[in-house]
Design a protein around this ligand. Structure first.
Ligand code: NAI
Length: 319
């Protein structure tokens, strides 16, 4: 358990992502204060976290070495931001993805924090140079972008502002490791960071293949879920190259011409509109009707799968 001297963590915004962060930090032994502009959100978050932790115990997937009760006792609500941040080592902002709102929150924090605390945003796509420029504490600012659901998908992209101090990156990296997440250092900010750039590259080619009637939408998805995705849950595309030949050098020697030939046939950025939207939607709705109940049930199934996968990944760690 983190010693009390290690200081606490503040979550600003107690919605979906704020609640997940709270559970993760508590699993690492940190005291967590949940702040929100809406008192009701804090109350709901605390109740929801209690239920979630209970079901994690039942499924045997509670993280960390502390008991459920110990973890719950570390999380409390606070309706006053200045009070919440007192003595904190890390502040994780989780308000909606709106640049003006986030800038307002960071300007507010900038006025009340000391020179030691890390100011971290959960933003999925807002660039640090847009979020943090002009702040007195810009050296302490960073984006720590989680992946939904963060409790089962451990990746966190750490994205610095050009003026972020190396120590801020290092401390955030160490903190993420401590709570069992899998941080990656994005060395320079870039639109889409890394995860969404990869995701959009895949979506883009998937869309073109369906648009050109090469494959049906459902079969396209199977190529990922029963093909590439099986492997990608354990090794990335670069290690795949390494293993699919006698190392990366050999892979490039053997396959680079073929890769370049195929890549040169990729089409332009799709419009994501018109008849293809109808076709993809029709296929997806046959599998999962797009009403709230069916979507929620399918998300629950996805999260259950991810939970089991995270257990398997833990068991299968290379010796
Ligand atoms: P959400 O809408 O579930 O929660 C936002 C919370 O912020 C609400 O509780 C709201 O009351 C609170 N809030 C609004 N204004 C506030 C203020 N001025 N001060 C304090 N609290 C305030 O949003 P969600 O989904 O949790 O997203 C939060 C951030 O995490 C966004 O930047 C989003 O892009 C990012 N993110 C979301 C992911 C997702 O799948 N939902 C995945 C990765 C990152």
């Amino acid at each position: 358990m983190a010693s009390p001297a290690a200081g606490g963590v503040v979550i600003v915004g107690s919605g979906l992502i704020g609640r997940s962060w709270a559970m993760l930090f508590a699993s690492g032994g940190f005291k967590v204060k949940l702040y929100d502009i809406e008192q009701q959100q804090i109350t709901d978050a605390l109740e929801n976290i209690r239920k979630e932790i209970k079901s994690l115990v039942q499924s045997g997937s509670l993280k960390g070495s502390l008991s459920a009760e110990q973890q719950l006792s570390l999380i409390s609500g606070c309706g006053n931001l200045a009070e919440a941040v007192e003595g904190a080592v890390h502040i994780q902002e989780c308000v909606p993805e709106n640049l003006e709102l986030k800038k307002k929150i960071f300007a507010q924090l900038d006025r009340i924090v000391d020179d030691r605390v890390i100011l971290s945003s959960s933003s999925s796509c807002l660039l640090p140079s847009k979020l943090f420029s002009g702040l007195a504490h810009v050296k302490q600012c960073i984006v720590a972008h989680p992946v939904n659901p963060p409790y089962y998908v451990p990746l966190v992209e750490l994205v610095p502002h050009p003026e972020t101090a190396p120590a801020t990156m290092d401390r955030t990296y160490a903190l993420m490791k401590k709570i069992g997440q899998s941080p990656v250092r994005v060395l320079k900010e870039i639109d889409g960071f890394v995860l969404n750039r990869l995701q959009y590259a895949v979506i883009s080619e998937a869309w073109r293949l369906v648009e050109e009637e090469i494959v049906s939408p459902s079969d396209l998805d199977l190529v990922m879920s029963d093909g590439l995705g099986m492997r990608y849950a354990f090794i990335g595309p670069l290690e795949t190259m390494h293993l699919n030949a006698e190392g990366v050098i050999s892979y490039c020697e053997r396959y680079s011409e073929g890769m370049k030939r195929v890549l040169s046939t990729f089409g332009p950025v799709p419009e994501f509109s018109g008849a293809t939207v109808e076709r993809v939607s029709e296929d997806m709705c046959m599998k999962v009707p797009d009403d709230p109940e069916h979507l929620a049930a399918r998300r629950q199934w996805r999260d259950d799968c991810l939970m089991k996968l995270s257990i398997l990944k833990y068991q299968m760690q290379p010796k």
